[in-house]
Design a protein around this ligand. Structure first.
Ligand SMILES: *[C@@H]1O[C@H](CO)[C@@H](O)[C@H](O)[C@H]1NC(C)=O
Ligand SMILES: *[C@@H]1O[C@H](CO)[C@@H](O)[C@H](O)[C@H]1NC(C)=O
Ligand SMILES: *[C@@H]1O[C@H](CO)[C@@H](O)[C@H](O)[C@H]1NC(C)=O
Ligand SMILES: *[C@@H]1O[C@H](CO)[C@@H](O)[C@H](O)[C@H]1NC(C)=O
Ligand SMILES: *[C@@H]1O[C@H](CO)[C@@H](O)[C@H](O)[C@H]1NC(C)=O
Length: 416
């Protein structure tokens, strides 16, 4: 018999939890947050008690779920592990993580040269897989399941192939929104995953929508870098692949649709503007309170080719530079995995808040992000639980139904 707090029962049953979701279509904020609206920057840049409460509730729900699992499934309370916020890791834990990523960058690629002549390492195998499938794994029903499996397999490679004993840390987007370049992730110290790019004067990126989509040009704010990363653990890191659609002015595309060899230095363009505007505390609170997956996805990803790009794109463009600013080659910047770990933290938290056994573990909605083509363009079938998640040469493939919960099948993790 496991010890479990009464609070957990209350939350999983009929206590605090249903109150939070009692008004699933609520569009206004809870009272004590509304008070702050008089000064929007305080509201958006401060973690509200409501948000803390939601994280706690999700946490308790997960612990109750794995407690129920005991003796019947693989994911028991004893086995449950936690991914943590990068800044909360000890100095040694950060160095261990960094060294494991560097190790992955030195192991030989498994991708054959006739598939990608530019892939030089195990780190690159993951980039190849992402480049090849970019158009069928974004703004699609499989987006979140695919990236959950992708990040998990990357974490597994760090552990199994590079002796890492920790788990994939995450980037808590709003926590450092007013100065991400000074956060523990990017401050340029030896425990950062590399500093910002050196400052070079440049314009913000413009997203130009493809012909036929009816979208407008989206001008993004520029960051405080734009040049090469020359400080921190990944100073002077060599990028081999991409870019396919470089955003920063003057960056040429790489050969062979990004799969050819294109050695160059890592660039970043971190700064507060996109982070503050698209991924602040209000964004995260709103996201976790979305009543269904369609609403959730429209905030997370924005509407295609419209300026409200949401926190997913907002943080990719906060990293910016090359290859971070390229949707295709994004995993070529180690920061990608911290961002997508937070993406998964959001999704798994939102799932837990809906209750285990509920439709947040099975349903992809009916909106344009629930199909197998990019924003349902051209119109296509709905994503199904039995659809394959293809990892190419990076890792084993699976099916979507196997990855819908972080505490079942092969998974047994949550976020701290
Ligand atoms: C809002 O809060 C910020 C940060 O505390 C402060 O600098 C600013 O002056 C405030 N603005 C108003 C209108 O109160
Ligand atoms: C790559 O080469 C191997 C044999 O060397 C072959 O089996 C495979 O089909 C080739 N792949 C492509 C995409 O050409
Ligand atoms: C969008 O940007 C592209 C590339 O800079 C430019 O050619 C085009 O005229 C712009 N479209 C509009 C509507 O501003
Ligand atoms: C916070 O994010 C929301 C979108 O989620 C945005 O509407 C708001 O303007 C942002 N706040 C600031 C201060 O930029
Ligand atoms: C959804 O996709 C269809 C088919 O591509 C398109 O006609 C429609 O305008 C899209 N709806 C929205 C809200 O984007």
């Amino acid at each position: 018999m496991k010890i479990i707090s009464l609070l957990a029962f209350a939350i999983s049953g009929v206590g605090v939890f249903p109150k939070v979701l009692a008004h699933p279509h609520r569009t206004t904020r809870p009272d004590h947050v509304v008070k702050f609206r008089r000064n929007q920057s305080v509201d958006d840049m401060t973690e509200s008690p409501t948000l803390v409460q939601l994280y706690d509730q999700a946490h308790e729900a997960v612990q109750y779920e794995v407690w129920k699992h005991d003796q019947t499934t693989a994911c028991t309370s004893e086995k449950l592990v936690f991914r943590r916020e990068y800044g909360s890791l000890t100095r040694q834990e950060k160095l261990d993580y960094i060294n494991a990523v560097k190790c992955l960058q030195t192991l030989p690629a498994r991708t054959p040269a006739n598939v990608s002549s530019g892939a030089r390492s195990r780190f690159d195998d993951f980039i190849v897989t992402h480049i090849q499938q970019t158009l069928s794994i974004h703004f699609t029903g499989n987006f979140q399941p695919w990236h959950r499996w992708f990040v998990y397999q990357y974490e597994k490679a760090l552990r199994d192939e590079c002796g890492y004993t920790g788990y994939q840390p995450y980037w808590d987007w709003p926590k450092y929104a007013s100065a991400p370049q000074d956060s523990p992730m990017f401050d340029g110290s030896e425990t950062s995953i590399g500093g910002n790019g050196n400052y070079i004067p440049h314009d913000g990126a413009v997203i130009v929508p493809p012909p036929g989509t009816g979208g407008i040009n989206i001008s993004l704010p520029s960051g405080l870098g734009g040049g090469f990363v020359t400080t921190g653990a990944f100073a002077h890191m060599q990028v081999n692949l991409g870019p396919v659609v470089p955003l920063q002015d003057g960056t040429p595309t790489g050969p062979e649709f990004g799969l050819g060899y294109n050695p160059r230095g890592l660039k970043r363009d971190l700064g507060p503007l996109a982070n503050t505007r698209f991924a602040n505390y209000t964004t995260v609170l709103d996201l976790l309170q979305k009543p269904d997956i369609d609403c959730y996805r429209y905030l997370l990803d924005g509407t295609p080719w419209e300026p409200e790009i949401g926190p997913h794109g907002g943080i990719h463009y906060t990293i910016g530079g090359d290859p971070g600013g390229d949707l295709f080659t994004g995993p070529g910047d180690p920061a990608f995995y911290l961002h997508h770990s937070m993406m998964d933290r959001m999704w798994s938290t939102w799932q837990a808040l809906g209750g285990f056994g509920g439709n947040r573990f099975t349903n992809f909605g009916t909106g344009n992000y629930s199909h197998v083509t990019w924003g349902n363009f051209p119109p296509s079938d709905f994503t199904k639980l039995t659809d394959k998640i293809d990892m190419g040469y990076a890792a084993p493939s699976t099916t979507i139904d196997k990855v819908m919960s972080t505490v079942s099948e092969e998974f047994c993790y949550f976020y701290f």
